[in-house]
Design a protein around this ligand. Structure first.
Ligand code: GDP
Length: 659
């Protein structure tokens, strides 16, 4: 059986959940149809989602169309989660973009379509709710062509639009306008077909045209449009046929090298980790070992999604979605085996916001941290920072909605009520030049039994922290060497102004220690022997001296934005962009709207987002994503959460108290 991993995406309320239910019901994977409004659908597993009627986290459901087994991967729909949406989009073979026939193209429809095109996911469009009063067909089609992509073709027409009896009539052989539109769309790469048609219309069949259309659709160059209703089921059989016929089945290179991507993590009943993996090539069986972030881990259980649910198997193969047990360090986004074919295109931006999280009831402090740590462990989009000095925990974020979702998850899944302090932007520090420092063992003012010398140098953006040795690895016990490197990496999370130093080269230039020794017949004497603790305590002092010499600059995150709004609002929007520090490019006109691209400090995105509806009569659409870091004036600092190695006296006091 062929396999297809499919995603359904939509602006909230366009009908994604209802359509999912309908697809499962029509293919026999569900006995009864759930209702979003009654809160009984199968894909909305979190109570939170049921309550809000929106689907935030992905889930998998399977059904069969003819000889194609389809895995339906649910995707979140809110802009805060575009990174999360993209993780799921990245493992899909194809997608259905749902557009409401009443509302037409909505802000999130634009964002999703752009992401689908960026990731080259073959996409069909389903215009839903044709049974609803106010439903439009031609106008919505024109809106799709104008705002999403001109490379569309309507696959049929609507009868009884806006009534309960609304239906979808697929075009066929005799529909000349349809044939003309198809030829137009296909002409750029199927010259032979078009030439044959021009010579003799009868020589080219509807089947041949559809075959050619499937080719284009599978390459993401054409987007067939279907109409229907998730509620009445109209148009859904045609959509199902289109899914099987026009979208590309998964490659089934079961003999190839192992390649897969973890796109979801869940906890099983006993709290064990379940990793959802899309396999692109190869196979993976129980007891196989896989390399995960430098560790080899053993698969202890394999489940494969079928229309009956998750089925335990000895082995999962290319094209399938596997639910794996035993991979305790797996995180969302991890490659299994070779990276996915298009993994390079999916570098997720760093979170640019941060907020302090506190339990409403101080007695919950421990459980709050444990719960956040568990969420962060599963999902690299959730970052935690613990401030031991103030006993605070901060959480890095992509947007305000993520905050609400995390808060609700904490309450429901962990029974912890949390509150968030005001959100602030996360800056980074970049080295200006090079610097070096050294402190020797037994030489004042070094109170530790350790010699450490370090040199720091700038590195390219994105290069990460590279750690090098200019001393012999064997010159000191490995545990002491490792203590230095670990401490260097930890210390660089807070540079001179309290922000992380993400990219630099650190070279270990000097080391020295006193070996384990004891008085005659006595036991080990710490006052005469170096320990890893001596190196952990000294390294921050040396590193900070080197950093001071090198100097750092604080850089703030900057987003690239795309703004689409009615032409009449241009005069009102432009000065506000200026006030918010945005730098727009020249506008381009698209009929009654204009499109602006540009950059804006991440710190101001939320404000722009909030002011936009007022400035554009609710019609402005802003899409923004992290672009780069830029030097920020005034070098804002962040309160330190470490013992402050910049202030020797304070630091030593703290360290000694800890000892
Ligand atoms: P989602 O947010 O995209 O998952 O959308 P839902 O499936 O939750 O649907 C949002 C609302 O639209 C619900 O009240 C549905 O009952 C309604 N709805 C969805 N599809 C249709 C449709 O085809 N026709 C009608 N009349 N209502 C629909």
């Amino acid at each position: 059986m062929k396999r297809l991993n499919l995603g359904v995406v939509a602006h909230v309320d366009a009908g994604k959940t209802s359509l999912t239910e309908r697809l499962l019901f029509d293919t026999g994977a569900l006995d009864a149809i759930g209702s979003v409004d009654a809160g009984s659908t199968r894909t909305d597993s979190l109570a939170l989602e049921r309550e809000r009627g929106i689907t935030i986290r992905s889930a998998v459901a399977s059904f069969v169309i003819g000889d194609v087994g389809v895995n339906l991967l649910d995707t979140p729909g809110h802009p805060d989660f575009i990174a999360e949406v993209e993780r799921v989009l990245g493992v899909l073979d194809g997608a259905v973009l749902v557009v409401s026939a009443v509302e037409g193209v909505q802000p999130q429809t634009l964002v999703l379509m752009r992401a689908l095109r960026r990731l080259r996911v073959p996409t069909l469009i389903f215009v839903n709710k044709i049974d609803r009063g106010g439903a439009r067909a031609d106008a919505v089609l024109a809106g799709i062509a104008d705002r999403l992509t001109p490379r569309i073709v309507a696959m049929g027409s609507v009868t009884g639009l806006g009534s309960r009896e609304a239906g979808f009539r697929p075009y066929g052989q005799g529909d000349h306008a349809f044939t003309a539109r198809l030829l137009d769309l296909l002409s750029s790469d199927d010259d032979a077909l078009v030439a044959a048609y021009l010579q003799d219309e009868a020589a080219v069949t509807h089947e041949q045209l559809l075959h050619s259309l499937a080719g284009r659709t599978r390459r993401g160059q054409a987007h067939p449009v279907f109409f229907g209703s998730a509620i009445t089921g109209a148009g859904v059989p045609e959509l199902l046929a289109g899914i099987a016929r026009l979208l590309p089945p998964a490659d089934d290179h079961a003999d190839g090298p192992l390649s897969g991507t973890v796109f979801k993590i869940e906890r099983g009943r006993a709290g064990e980790k379940l990793a959802y993996v899309r396999l692109f090539s190869g196979s993976l069986g129980v007891r196989d070992r896989v390399e995960l972030r430098g560790r080899r881990e053993k698969v202890t259980g394999v489940g494969v999604f079928t229309s009956a649910g998750v089925e335990p198997r000895g082995c999962a193969v290319a094209g399938e979605i596997a639910q794996l047990r035993g991979l305790s360090s797996a995180r969302i986004g991890d490659p299994i085996g070779l990276p996915a074919p298009s993994a390079g295109a999916r570098q997720f931006a760093p979170p640019t916001l941060e907020t302090v999280v506190e339990p409403v009831d101080t007695a919950d402090k421990g459980s709050l941290y444990a719960a956040l740590a568990q969420l962060a462990e599963q999902d690299p989009l959730i970052g935690l920072r613990r401030d031991e000095l103030r006993g605070e925990v901060s959480l890095s974020l992509y947007g305000e909605v993520q905050k609400q979702v995390i808060s609700a998850t904490l309450e429901r899944e962990f029974a912890v009520k949390a509150c968030f302090r005001q959100t602030r932007v996360i800056c980074v520090e970049r080295l200006v030049g090079s610097g070096a420092a050294v402190e020797f063992i037994d030489v004042a003012p070094n109170p530790f039994l350790a010699t450490v010398g370090l040199r720091v140098e700038p590195a390219a953006v994105g290069a990460g922290v590279r750690y090098r040795l200019e001393v012999e690895l064997g010159s000191m016990p490995y545990a002491l060497m490792r203590a230095i490197e670990e401490t260097v990496r930890l210390t660089l999370r807070q540079g001179l102004y309290g922000w992380e130093v993400p990219d630099c080269v650190v070279t270990l230039t000097h080391t020295g220690y006193w070996p384990r020794q004891s008085h005659m017949h006595g036991s080990f004497d710490k006052s005469m022997s170096s320990t890893a603790g001596d190196f952990r305590n000294l390294t921050p002092l040396v590193l900070m001296q080197a950093l001071r010499q090198a100097g750092t600059r604080v850089c703030e995150p900057v987003h690239a934005f795309t703004l689409e709004a009615p032409t009449a609002s241009y005069g009102a929007v432009l000065p506000v962009l200026g006030q918010l520090g945005a730098v727009p490019s020249a506008p381009s006109s698209h009929g009654r709207t204009y499109l602006l691209t540009g950059v804006i400090p991440a710190a101001r995105v939320h404000e722009l987002q909030q002011r936009l509806p007022g400035l554009t009569g609710g019609e402005g659409v802003l899409e923004s994503a992290f672009s780069h870091y830029a030097v920020v004036e005034g070098f804002p600092s962040r309160p330190r959460t470490d013992a402050n190695p910049l202030d020797r006296a304070v630091y030593l006091l703290h360290v000694q108290r800890r000892v």
